[in-house]
Design a protein. Structure first.
Length: 388
């Protein structure tokens, strides 16, 4: 059963503390920006074995989009010709920026993609509901297998789900939905479908959260690391409490621990997304939006959290992304000035291995298209690339 762990109180205390003052820009890494082809939006990026960079993104009609995949064997200098991931055209959703496809790299560099299906997507979920779709690359990586729905009995998608994978052959797809059809936000939970054969088959879904609800049209994020699975999502309790919550799930015992990382009161859904990524020294990085502020944290040894809000943000910051390099530096990037069917800009800040902001490492680039959001990855030389 999900439980609140002993590290939750410590995490809450640590999140109120600020990291030290900004440090010199002498060792600040270079940041490059990369615009997606064909007017693409909502990229996801991951670096797999051999420093191969994998990217997915959405194109086409925002209400019935396609997912494309490309890869780079030279650290992001050049990319392969994009190939389509979804086997049925128009079966993904870019509208709202919370329902798009997520990416994970599993055993042997296999690519795993999951997304909320569009109104025309097939196969349908139970009762002809919106499906949580999944596709994996073929063994040779040249194409993708036909898309599949992984929901057995817990339909009710609104915000999108997520996917994670590890090098042991485990693949996880999660989404939030009510415990029973027709129930409201306060009955929503995070449901997890698990595969232990590299995504060939999935078990019946199970709940990994307690009955704190889930904000219906907010996105969520999964990340698998060092034998644990992490989920970052927004709760919906008492109709006004919409805290960001971090769940650590142990696949061996099927038990989970939860902690509130971003307390927030709001009577309406804020249509937010979150980020989880590998951090320095075997840590996990997390980023989320709370009260008009982008916050980030470092999860250390699966037990402690140290984090901060990024100072000086304005202009409706949303949709964070994270990447870290071999030197332990962290790039945090987010969007600004976006709205419903309105683009904006991307902004970023780099932090050193101690979590201190590096002077003169902040940046901002206009030209983010409607329904756009950033992704980021690090290169072998320690520099970062932001994709948008």
């Amino acid at each position: 059963m999900p439980a609140t762990s002993t590290f939750a109180l410590l995490a809450t205390i640590l999140l109120t503390l600020s990291f030290p003052r900004p440090v010199s820009a002498a060792n600040a890494p270079t940041v490059r920006t990369l615009r997606l082809p064909d007017g693409g939006v909502q990229p996801q990026a991951a670096v797999g074995p051999g420093n191969v960079v994998h990217i997915i993104y959405l194109t086409g009609d925002p209400s019935k989009s396609d997912i494309f995949y490309m890869r780079s064997a030279d650290g992001g200098q050049s990319f392969s010709k994009p190939i389509r991931v979804n086997s049925q055209p128009g079966s993904a959703i870019a509208m709202g920026t919370v329902r798009g496809a997520h990416l994970a790299i599993g055993r042997g560099g296999r690519v795993h993609v999951a997304w909320m299906g569009s109104a025309t997507a097939l196969p349908k979920g139970p009762g002809k509901s919106a499906p949580m779709l999944y596709a994996r690359s073929t063994a040779d990586g040249s194409s993708f297998e036909p898309q599949r729905n992984v929901i057995d009995s817990k339909p009710g998608l609104d915000g999108g789900g997520s996917v994670a994978a590890d090098q042991r052959g485990n693949v996880y797809v999660a989404w939030h939905a009510p415990g029973a059809p027709g129930e409201g936000e306060q009955s929503r939970r995070v449901w997890l479908a698990r595969s232990n054969d590299d995504g060939k088959t999935f078990a019946h879904e199970q709940s990994i959260t307690s009955a704190t609800g889930a904000c219906g049209c907010c996105g969520m994020r999964l990340f698998a690391d060092h034998g644990s699975l992490y989920a970052l999502y927004r709760t919906a309790n008492q109709q006004t409490q919409r805290d960001m919550t971090l769940v650590r799930f142990d696949p061996r015992t099927a038990k989970s621990e939860s902690t509130t990382v971003g307390p927030m009161r709001s009577g309406v859904c804020v249509m937010s997304t979150a980020a989880l990524a590998a951090g320095p020294n075997d840590s996990v990085l997390a980023a989320w939006e709370t009260n008009g502020q982008i916050n980030w944290a470092r999860i250390i040894n699966g037990k402690e959290i140290a984090g901060q809000a990024v100072a000086g943000q304005r202009n409706n910051p949303k949709h964070p992304a994270l990447a870290s390099n071999a030197a332990g530096q962290t790039l945090l990037v987010w969007t600004e000035n976006t709205g419903w069917n309105r683009g904006g800009s991307i902004a970023w800040q780099i932090f050193d291995s101690e979590g201190r902001a590096i002077r003169a490492s902040a940046g901002n680039t206009p030209g983010l298209p409607a329904w756009g959001a950033p992704a980021a990855f690090s290169r072998a030389d320690g520099s970062f690339t932001i994709v948008y």
